[in-house]
Write a protein of this length. Structure first.
Length: 375
């Protein structure tokens, strides 16, 4: 059966790999990374980056399930593609002991059998001496099956593996989808593509491409990158990925120092204190071209200096991205019609588990649907 996957991002590339690995004829449609965001007039994605936290633990059973399923296949994807994208540096969950979310971490780890080390505030200060630890802080550290991935490299790995299974990669932007009795025609910037069925995995662009509402909310996000010199990189050489729990606006996530394609090493912090909604395609494009919010970047810089005192920052960059949320808080994966299915809505948690979300999208396209995810 000839199948098309529209969207060459984290979920779409994963879906194409799974479908092609099952022996289907697959076309994966989506453009390369924009050379310059400020001058780009096409679609945008948030996976053009080198750091996303990966972890097994999550307070929601669904997310913990798909996290672990994806992490279990990281080695398989690397072997099939020859691309490294995962670094097992561990993940630290940290917050005040009375915080309900941080208190739940230890219980969830025990119930799920996930290896996890518990630390008091004094123990955290010894184990992670570069962090400022407030009195009453509690920490849980996942030493295995946790750390960070490069979403950019993961998409590359999935794409290479899919292509080796026979997938046709179409480096073009999808402009529209029309359905007939026999299948679908995807109109792209390089011509029409016909398929018996199509899976749309276009992130924040999904509703616009389908020309229908699925109840998605797309938020503008700003992350801050901090360039570090060799001495700081060495000082933070054993730093894990970090999730901080607390009041809204004070819950940053922190990636350890990571080498980027520019040859520099950057520490990344995200966690917008405000939610700014992007209502349509024009607003999405304007947002990515804007370079992000300097105001949010200032707040994030204050937060990183409070978390890692005396951090020697050589340069700061604000980077725009977007997150797509659903009404249920779970991904939207399932059929929209006889020939068109959707797999989108990572809810800010989809990068690390994108291989399993892509697999679920592939199965939905073939008729196997998890009802709690259906549109």
């Amino acid at each position: 059966m000839k199948l098309a996957v529209v969207g060459r991002g984290l979920i779409g590339a994963a879906a194409a790999r799974h479908l092609a690995g099952m022996g289907h004829e697959v076309a994966l449609i989506g453009p390369d990374e924009p050379a310059n965001f400020a001058r780009h007039d096409g679609v945008f994605g948030s996976h053009f980056d080198e750091g996303r936290i990966t972890r097994s633990l999550d307070s929601n059973p669904f997310w913990s399930e798909v996290n672990r399923a994806s992490i279990a296949r990281y080695d398989e994807i690397t072997a099939q593609s020859g691309v490294d994208f995962y670094w097992e540096v561990g993940a630290l969950h940290i917050g005040l002991a009375e915080d309900e979310d941080i208190a739940a971490i230890g219980r969830i780890a025990a119930e799920a059998g996930i290896p996890c080390e518990a630390y008091t505030d004094a123990e955290l200060a010894v184990r992670f001496p570069y962090l400022a630890i407030a009195a009453g802080t509690r920490g849980y550290f996942e030493p295995r099956n946790a750390g960070y991935i490069s979403p950019r490299r993961l998409v590359r790995a999935q794409t290479i593996a899919a292509e080796r299974f026979g997938t046709r990669i179409i480096n073009a932007t999808a402009l529209g989808i029309s359905e007939s009795a026999s299948g679908v025609t995807i109109r792209t910037t390089s011509g029409d593509v016909w398929a018996a069925r199509a899976l749309v995995a276009a992130g924040g662009h999904t509703e616009s491409l389908l020309e229908q509402s699925l109840g998605f909310t797309v938020f503008a996000r700003t992350v801050a990158l901090f360039r570090l010199g060799a001495a700081e990189v060495q000082r933070l050489s054993d730093m894990p990925s970090i999730r901080c729990f607390g009041p809204k606006g004070e819950t940053p996530y922190i990636l350890p120092p990571i080498p980027y394609p520019d040859g520099q090493t950057w520490l990344k912090l995200g966690g917008d204190p405000v939610d700014t909604q992007l209502e349509n395609e024009a607003e999405i494009k304007d947002w990515f071209r804007s370079g992000g919010s300097g105001v949010v970047a200032d707040m994030l810089e204050q937060q990183i200096l409070a978390r890692i005192p005396a951090l020697a920052i050589e340069e700061r960059r604000a980077v725009p991205c977007m997150t797509t949320f659903t009404r249920s808080g779970l991904p939207c994966i399932g059929p929209l019609s006889e020939h068109v299915s959707v797999a989108s809505g990572g809810c800010g948690a989809g990068a690390k588990c994108s291989d399993e979300l892509g697999r679920l999208g592939a199965m939905a396209l073939l008729g196997e649907v998890r009802q709690e995810l259906a549109p």
